[in-house]
Write a protein that binds this ligand. Sequence first.
Ligand SMILES: Cc1ncc(COP(=O)(O)O)c(C=O)c1O
Length: 489
Amino acid sequence: MKPLDIDFNDTQAKYSQIINAYREAIKTGVLLPDTRLPSARALADFYEVNRHTVMMSLQSLVAEGWLRSEQRKAYVVSSELPIDSSAQYKKDLPLKAFSYAFAKPDYDFNEVDLSVFTHVFAGGMPDLAAFPKQAFKQSLNMSARQFNAHDMHYSDSAGLPALKGQIISYLGQARALNINDLLICNGSQEALFLVAKAFINLGDFVAIETLGYPPARMAFESCGAALVDIKQDEQGLCVDDLEAQFKLRKIKLLYLTPLHQYPTTVTLPVARRLKIYQLCYQYGVLIVEDDYDHEFHYQCQPLQPMAADDPAGIVIYISTFSKIMCAGARVGYMHAAKPVLSRLKALKKLINHKNDAFMQLAVAHWMETGEFERHLKRMTKSYKARWNAMADTFTTLQKQGLSLSFTKPDGGMAFWLNCHQDVVTLKSKARAKGIYFQSEEEFYHANSVRSLKPNDGEISHIRLGFAAQSIEQAQAGLYEIFAEQLSLI
Ligand SMILES: Cc1ncc(COP(=O)(O)O)c(C=O)c1O
């Protein structure tokens, strides 16, 4: 054979280009098995390169298995390749679409690129511009300096002791949670998935608020759970309905966001919490308490989590740094009764047997220096001002004639606003103007065994996050959302 023609470029080393050209020719049947290549000297002369360059390329093709080297004789295309001719390759090429046999159920994660919007009212986004980057950089530097074998090897898959210790003492002070162990996860989503994996067999029932957090629902469903919607009213989960469902079927888990119900923002009153706890104990149901934005409570001190008073050991407590820091840190954690925590730790090892040690050390240092607490204080103050301003803007809009109603939540990072109109259309018009928010229909569950979906006409709420934007920016965004209606008044 004569050497292949190669159109050399300047961006890649010549020996790589020779490898690529011969590999491709063999793969596509241009050079068939047992074809003898010209000598290295002949190839070097032809390509005007050093003979060593050619040798390096040929040896690399031998190492990859495309060529064999016949001692002192020549390089020959391997005879074991399942390629008979280039015609066959071409014939096989438009391979018929492979049918991937995915497990059920099906998922469709529509990730929205929020960077394209000028106003972002996403529900749970913290104000990243106010994050103390300099202080945290020092903690990251410390984490890199502290690089040591114990922390960096496969150990402490449930979390580095330094961070566990800081979080445990913080939870004791700030949330009345007196615990001595934790499982640190890659965000609370991993925690939710672990709980689902630990408890759900195909067809097990999980009770969930009618309007809820879709990623939690999907985690349960992915492990085979059948969801049961429980009614909720302006005070949160309806206890009577919960009991009726407990009587009707053997429910295994109840997923709750008691402090700031997701998405409606309501704080579950103490009386209901106690009744729910008693009912769950009576019917043998575990409570999965997702306390995702605990610190941001503005009317009074946040209520203690249900896990703070759990004599029966039936609460699995999940929380996160995604709101008090940022989602990118991927620090979440969970606590549960000892046997539950042991099982969750074992599963955690299976899914991911090490967390990001650099980040854990940095967050631990950040907490130890007091910077974390200072950041929390600053953000709570700033979010409180934004929460007040948002409510004031709604009131002004009402006075200007817009039909809006809302209850000012006790805390959190979002409002649940009743617009008394078709909010799906409102949302699509807003998105076209570069404004992002979510509307009510996104929070209903599609596949619950007892689906409590409203009629289309009743979908009139939108969820408006207020933490991530300045007061002025949020006000401007709100006026944009309702501009069309304001112009008609
Ligand atoms: C109800 C709820 N739980 C948990 C989370 C946090 O998830 P993660 O810790 O995985 O970032 C969020 C974030 O939006 C949430 O809204």
